[in-house]
Ligand binder design. Structure first.
Ligand code: UD1
Ligand code: UDP
Length: 427
């Protein structure tokens, strides 16, 4: 048996490791230890609940307005205590957060090999996204096994002289999670969105949170949304808002009072996937949503100047629009009114995964540890058929907790633009 420690801390990490955790739990070869740093709390717990995951260790580290240095120090100290006693054979980290970077550094200090899930994404600019581009480069230096989601991300690693034998193209596990979540038949998980089914006009889904956009860029996004709401009365703009008070303080004031803007708390993953399915256009700076939107055939306008996910741009389903209202507003309006422009962006493509990534990750870990054959790479468009909805290889994910959203399965209280509230406490 091989002991694998999986460390995660934020919402997107949890979504992307959830299918891997469920797969490893069912594989007798592995003794799994799950560690939540809880860099996020509310947004992490939403994911853990819906995927029915209870971490073995919860560092419960979130503090309001936490700093990069403070988080790194906390994780290094806490894992510095945990790793010598737990002594895993391998530590698995995901993506490019402070949790992923600090956990990989802690493992390295204890001479424990690191496997990096979602390895090789690059913009080429260490300030964009900040600090994620630096984090993912640093993690690559510390990793022994690089689990690249796409051939392009694997090529980035090889260009940095990472040995080819340590790189496996797995597909992105977010597609495994997405394929499971869209099978939930529930509502969006917030009463403020209950009327969305009867709304006959278009829906614009908006998420924003990036650190490099804090302050003026996020204020410009708020202005762009207010302009769109005024110019397009039939349009319903829905903003599931990140819990970060810095984001709320910048984005909410410029929104003004518009009956067709609805601001809600973060939705749980099943509810958010329902909303992605329902919406017509997505406006976002999120990494994960850039992968999910194209898979659902939704045009994704990316409020950033760079992207580490060029596959969607190349396929024409994602487009960089930055944070300038004079670009955002006409881009959205063009998609709302120009059918041909919409159709050009709306073709469903799936360059990021086939729903079988978690199985490849488990097989790659086994091979790395000397307990299995090499893994056949994910090749976009040429891989095995996608399994039926609700399944991922080798196991079945639990039914979405609260799917149906009729009971206590969802969190968050909806409120309209006229009732903006900036929470004072973080959780
Ligand atoms: C983090 C990651 C980013 C990732 C994003 C996903 C880093 C440096 N950043 O950014 O890569 O894209 O998560 O959302 O690792 N907060 C709450 N409750 C929550 C979550 C956050 O109150 O559940 C508030 C807290 O005040 C916290 C602040 O948001 O201090 C910022 O959280 P943090 O994890 O530092 O950064 P994010 O911007 O969320
Ligand atoms: N998401 C969610 N609820 C929301 C908004 C987003 O579950 O209200 C999911 C989304 O589907 C995606 C992930 O959260 O899988 C993206 O998280 P985020 O944008 O915070 O981080 P990033 O991907 O930019 O690192």
């Amino acid at each position: 048996m091989y002991k694998i420690m999986v460390v995660f801390g934020t919402r997107p990490e949890a979504i992307k490791v959830a299918p891997v955790i469920r797969t490893l739990l069912e594989e007798p070869l592995f003794d799994l230890v799950t560690v939540a740093t809880a860099q996020h709390r509310y947004m992490l717990d939403q994911v853990l609940k819906i995927f029915d995951i209870v971490p073995d260790v919860d560092l419960d580290m979130l503090t309001p307005r936490q700093t990069l240095g403070g988080m790194t120090e906390h994780i290094l100290t806490a894992l510095g205590r945990l790793l010598p006693s737990s002594r895993p054979d391998l530590v698995l980290v995901q993506g490019d957060t402070t949790t992923a970077f600090a956990a990989s550094l802690a493992a390295y200090y204890h001479r424990i090999p690191v496997a990096h899930l979602e390895a090789g994404l690059r913009t080429g600019d260490i300030w964009s996204p900040y600090p994620e581009e630096a984090n993912r480069r640093l993690i690559a230096c510390l990793s022994a096994l690089h689990l690249a989601p796409t051939p392009a991300s694997a090529a980035n690693l090889l260009a940095e002289t990472v040995p080819a034998r340590s790189v496996v193209v797995t597909g992105n596990t977010v597609i495994d999670a997405l394929r499971w979540a869209v099978t939930s038949t529930g509502d969006y998980g917030d009463p403020a969105l209950d009327g969305l089914g009867d709304h006959t006009g278009p829906v614009l889904l908006v998420t924003a949170h990036r650190r490099e956009s804090w302050g003026p860029p996020l204020r410009r996004v708020g202005t762009a949304l207010a302009e769109l709401a005024a110019a397009e009365p039939e349009l319903r703009i829905v903003i599931p808002l990140h819990r970060n008070p810095v984001v709320r303080e910048a984005l909410l004031p410029p929104l003004g009072e518009h009956a067709n803007i609805t601001v809600v708390e973060p939705l749980d993953y099943a509810g958010f996937c329902q909303l992605m399915n329902r919406c017509d256009v997505i406006l976002t700076d999120s990494g994960g949503v850039q992968e999910e939107g194209p898979s659902l055939g939704k045009p994704v306008l990316v409020m950033r100047d760079t992207t580490e996910r060029p596959e969607g741009v190349a396929a024409g389903t994602t487009r960089l629009v930055g944070t300038d209202p004079t670009v955002i507003v006409p881009e959205v309006r063009s998609l709302l009114h120009d059918r041909a422009a919409y159709q050009r962006m709306a073709g469903a493509i799936n360059p990021y995964g086939d729903g079988l990534a978690a199985g490849r990750v488990a097989a790659a870990l086994a091979h790395f540890l000397g307990a299995g054959p090499p893994v056949e790479s994910f090749v976009p468009g040429r891989s095995a058929a996608v399994p039926p909805p609700g399944t991922v290889p080798g196991h079945r994910l639990p039914d979405p907790v609260g799917s149906g959203h009729g009971g206590s399965g969802h969190v968050g209280s909806g409120h309209r633009a006229s009732d903006h509230r900036v929470p004072v406490a973080s959780e």
